[in-house]
Design a protein around this ligand. Structure first.
Ligand SMILES: O=C(O)CCC(=O)C(=O)O
Ligand SMILES: [Fe+2]
Length: 239
């Protein structure tokens, strides 16, 4: 492990910044196994799943897959990782709950994802925690770097404005194979366009005790609130 794994200091850092990056958290063999399952499932140029209005308005074109729901038990290994469970518990407190893992695939030419918060931020006690596992290197060649705005998990709703604005405060993450990124659902984040053949990340989303499992049905972008459940724009924030 390339950094201090003291859980207490990681928790302090997470709550200060709204995210946490730990390189080499998972070993290459496990990551290669995951990546093999993922590429086998998607092929290298799958079709898009979201509807056209969403793709246009959100400039998001990511294809999800839920391997555990399809009985691919290899993906249980990360969920059952004792270090990850202990770190999650230290951040969220007891009685947190784990949602299914979701693989996100985007192919070459994908615009990535516009700035967003994963769920409505009005109630600070209700949020999702993204536990992102990277099974391949994300770098200049692949594109698809993840951008975060440190501390924005404390600031309420994301401002209205350009969906892909560059901010001086933004930080660019270049996770490598085996990197774990913990990201508070209220922290503003976005994904840059994909230049390589494809980009993959796998998210073990979870929630604290008082948060309903469907909290991420509504995602907040700078131009709208979108409901994934009904595939509809529920608020046009530009009006
Ligand atoms: O794939 C990533 O790096 C981040 C994706 C994302 O926005 C999320 O998991 O909520
Ligand atoms: Fe997100």
């Amino acid at each position: 492990m390339g950094r201090d794994m003291n859980v207490e200091s990681l928790v302090i850092e997470f709550w200060r910044d709204g995210y946490l990056v730990i390189d080499n958290y998972f070993d290459d063999r496990l990551m290669d196994k995951y990546q093999g399952h993922i590429i086998k499932h998607f092929g290298e140029t799958p079709d898009f799943l979201h509807n056209k209005e969403f793709l246009e308005k959100s400039s998001t074109d990511v294809i999800p897959w839920f391997p555990q729901l399809e009985g691919v038990h290899a993906f249980d290994t990360v969920e059952h990782d004792k270090r990850l469970i202990a770190l999650t518990e230290a951040i969220l407190g007891s009685d947190w709950s784990s949602l299914y893992s979701m693989v996100m695939f985007s192919k070459k030419g994908s615009q990535g994802q516009a700035w967003h918060q994963d769920c409505p931020p009005e109630d600070k006690s209700q949020f999702n925690l993204n536990r992102l596992v990277y099974t391949m290197d994300i770098n200049d060649a692949t594109g698809g770097k993840t951008l975060v705005m440190p501390g924005t998990h404390r600031g309420g709703v994301i401002s209205v404005g350009d969906m892909n604005e560059d901010f001086v405060e933004q930080l660019v993450l270049t996770p490598g194979k085996g990197t774990l990124v913990l990201l508070h659902g209220h922290t503003w984040h976005r994904v840059l366009p994909v230049n390589g053949k494809y980009r993959v990340s796998t998210n073990y989303r979870c929630c604290p005790a008082n948060t309903p499992g469907n909290i991420t049905d509504t995602c907040v972008y700078r131009n709208m609130r979108y409901d994934f459940n009904t595939s509809s724009v529920i608020e046009d924030r530009l009006k």
